[in-house]
Design a protein around this ligand. Structure first.
Ligand code: UDX
Length: 458
């Protein structure tokens, strides 16, 4: 069975490679000639653990190929996946579907009768139906079927998420498309992975609902962390206590500097727009978006406040080591990362920033400007900085020698926006430590720091 995948971004490249790994003949198609010629040599444009090895292996096994020619790429493929980008339309927050529809129009000329066209990109309700109309209009004689098969993979764990998913959601428009998708996912069905067949609109909405719900959990726990700061409670224990209730579940209850990445921010905005267009309420999603935007700015304020001496002054004239630029660990993706809000705020308030990230430096350099020094490793970033802030939860930061951190910093202050350490361990190393929703610890009582965690009398 031959498959064509259009678009070699995160979703397209991972899906194509994993389908090849599952034994299918896959051709990945992209307009970007440079990207395609690199992919042919197994040079991967993104940092994704395990993906390069899999691409190499399947090219060698003759199951995976790459082309920039759509016409030859779809030849012989009975199932064609559209996995092109759906960026946010800056004007109204909707998903920009121009790439999806352009791909649909183009394939209409070249695919065979009885082909199944599958949308893998995250697309608003009704897109599958619209795509069907576009293909039918472009080639009225063509007999074809459509499917919505949203992808739930996470960056940094994409290969595992694809090959061992919690579930597969498939929206179909006919028995024929259902049978084709069943053949494709038969090995997962045999492994008792839930493969849910439904209609196209339901599949489309399920994807948005899943992302919006996870984003809601994060926004909720962040709100609880703020409440912990005011009340003296401990957010890590609150998360644990909440998560042990199986009705709630322990995942996505880790407080942080606000969610980022290519999906949650984009998909919550798109869901709000979908609801608005349909005349439905989206009050929960609406407040999740607003709370998350505010949180990123609040993190900058927290750092500024923590750096204020008794006389105030914030970060003006100070050097801050910013550890972590990507929206989460194990990726080089900086899209909607909290660092992109926090660092410009620090710079705006007169700080010099020494930035370091294990994978995100190249991407960050392209979008961040101002008084920023780009460092080669974590200790270089810390050297001669007044204080440090952890923005992304890289393992490398968890393994830092805290005594060395103390000796390199001019002031022993570590602000941790990912709660990576036990406060007592940091205190023992002689650092003052401010994390989220937990007690701030000051190793040296002489430090007159303005406590960012203002406990209200209960
Ligand atoms: C997400 C979904 O998880 C995935 O199913 C979908 O297909 C694409 O969007 P991804 O964007 O790769 O995946 O990142 P994810 O690991 O879900 O994290 C998103 C953001 O939430 C990150 O900024 C992360 O730091 C933050 N997060 C996550 C928290 O702040 N706390 C948590 O407990 C979990």
């Amino acid at each position: 069975m031959s498959i064509a995948v259009i678009g070699t971004g995160y979703v397209g490249l991972v899906s194509g490679t994993c389908f090849a790994e599952m034994g299918f003949d896959v051709t990945c198609i992209d307009k970007d000639q440079t990207k395609i010629s690199r992919l042919k040599k197994a040079q991967i444009p993104i940092y994704e653990p395990g993906l390069k090895e899999l691409v190499k292996k399947n090219i060698a096994a003759d199951r995976l190929s790459f082309t920039d020619n759509l016409k030859t790429g779809v030849k012989g493929a009975k199932t064609i996946f559209i996995a092109v980008g759906t960026p946010t339309n800056e004007i109204d927050g909707s998903a920009d579907l121009s790439y999806v529809f352009a791909a649909a129009r183009e394939i209409a000329e070249h695919i065979e009768n009885d082909s199944v066209v599958v949308i893998k990109s995250t697309v608003p309700l009704g897109t599958g139906r619209k795509m069907k109309e576009i293909i039918a209009k472009a080639n009225p004689r063509l007999k074809f079927h459509t499917v919505s098969n949203p992808e739930f993979l996470r960056e940094g764990r994409a290969v595992k998420d694809f090959l061992q998913p919690d579930r597969v959601i498939i929206g179909v428009d006919s028995e024929k498309s259902r049978a084709a998708m069943q053949r494709l996912y038969q090995s997962m069905i045999n492994e008792n992975i839930p493969v849910i067949f439904t209609d196209i609109e339901t599949a489309e909405l399920t994807k948005y609902a899943a992302n919006a719900f996870l984003a809601t959990k994060i926004a909720f726990i962040n709100e609880m962390a703020d409440l912990c700061d005011k009340s003296g409670a401990n957010i890590d224990d609150v998360s644990l206590g909440l998560g042990l209730d199986p009705r709630i579940g322990k995942d996505y209850l880790k407080t942080g500097p606000g969610f980022g990445g290519s999906c949650f921010p984009k998909d919550t905005l798109a869901l709000r727009k979908i609801a608005f267009d349909l005349g439905a309420q989206s009050e929960i999603v609406e407040s999740v978006i607003a709370a998350n935007d505010k949180r990123k700015l609040a993190m900058a304020e927290k750092i500024i406040k923590a750096n204020s001496d008794s006389g105030g002054g914030g970060v003006k004239g100070k050097t801050i080591a910013a550890l972590g630029l990507t929206f989460k660990a194990d990726t080089d993706d900086i899209r909607a990362s909290a660092a992109l809000t926090i660092i410009p705020e620090l710079v705006k308030n007169g700080a010099k920033v020494k930035a370091y990230d294990p994978q995100g430096m190249n991407n960050a350099r392209k979008v961040l400007s101002g008084d920023i020094e780009w460092c080669d490793d974590v200790y270089q970033a810390l050297e001669e900085a007044d204080s440090a802030v952890i923005i992304t939860e890289w393992q490398e930061f968890a393994e830092m020698d805290l005594a060395k951190v103390k000796s390199l910093l001019k002031k022993p202050l570590l602000v941790d926006l990912r709660n990576m350490f036990y406060p007592e361990d940091v205190k023992k190393a002689g650092l003052n430590y401010i994390s989220l929703g937990r007690e701030a610890v000051y190793s040296d009582a002489r430090y007159q720091m303005s406590d960012v965690r203002k406990k209200k009398k209960l």
